[in-house]
Design a protein around this ligand. Structure first.
Ligand code: PGA
Length: 242
């Protein structure tokens, strides 16, 4: 069951989504947040930083696990998701960075890194609220369209469409890493609550497919319809084909 919150534009989507996360960490100070990267949540993180600066939000007991990380990028690389999280949220608020977790992109032992990260997630005692974006191809985290739903953290070969979509952040398409570590669909679905964001016309076809097409691993986000507590905050453009 997906609850839909329709907003006028990106700014309103960001504010409404930030309010949901703010409520979560106000009601439960030691929440475990599942966090996401990409263009979509940047405004939401900005709102959370504003809330913190106003004295409304306290992250001191919050712990976090991120969805994914590129394989092969160091933490200092400005396109690593470690760098993104620091730059957009962690360094601006009073979160204990020792309690913020991402897959380690520099660990080239894929099997070892995936099982280590699975244990990290398991040790958190469950994710209270998992934030998600959605790829143009329906991916959540880096769970690309496939013929099955991967359960746990795994190493994925990014699809050509994802590499093209993410090339805008790199000097050239050739520099986009080909592999990433991502939480699996089973780990994402185990979150107590899921908040998914979408903005802009480019996302309209996949939002329609996610909400109205068959639930199938070729559209990874469609599985969210089988979760009990999902909120989609999307702007008019992203909802324009419904
Ligand atoms: P975007 O990416 O927020 O940059 O559109 C979403 C995603 O790939 O999950």
């Amino acid at each position: 069951m997906i609850q839909i919150i329709r907003t006028k534009d990106y700014e309103e989507m960001s504010r409404k989504a930030a309010n949901i996360i703010a409520a979560q960490i106000t009601l439960k100070k030691n929440s475990v947040l599942g966090l996401a990267t990409g263009s979509t949540p940047v405004g939401l993180y900005r709102c959370l930083v504003e809330g913190y600066n106003k004295g409304d939000l306290d992250f001191s007991q919050v712990r976090s696990v991120n969805l994914d990380e590129y394989q092969g990028l160091s933490r200092e690389h400005d396109q690593s998701y470690f760098y993104f999280m620091n730059d957009n949220l962690f360094k601006h608020v009073n979160i204990d960075t020792a309690e913020t977790y991402l897959p380690d992109g520099t660990n080239m032992d894929a099997e070892g890194e995936c099982s280590r990260y699975h244990e990290v997630i398991a040790s958190m005692g469950g994710v209270d609220l998992q934030l998600l974006g959605i790829g143009n191809n329906g991916h959540i985290g880096f769970n690309e369209p496939d013929d099955y739903f991967p359960e746990n953290t795994h190493c994925v070969r990014l699809t050509d469409s994802t590499i093209q979509a993410n090339a805008r952040f790199f000097a050239s398409e050739a520099e986009v890493p080909r592999y990433a570590y991502t939480m699996g669909i089973g780990e994402i679905m185990a979150a107590r609550r899921i908040l998914i964001l979408a903005s802009g016309k480019a996302k309209a076809p996949i939002i329609k497919e996610m909400l109205t097409g068959p639930v199938r691993p070729q559209v990874p986000a469609s599985i969210l319809r089988f979760h009990k507590k999902v909120t989609l905050v999307a702007d008019e453009e992203a909802l324009s084909l419904l």
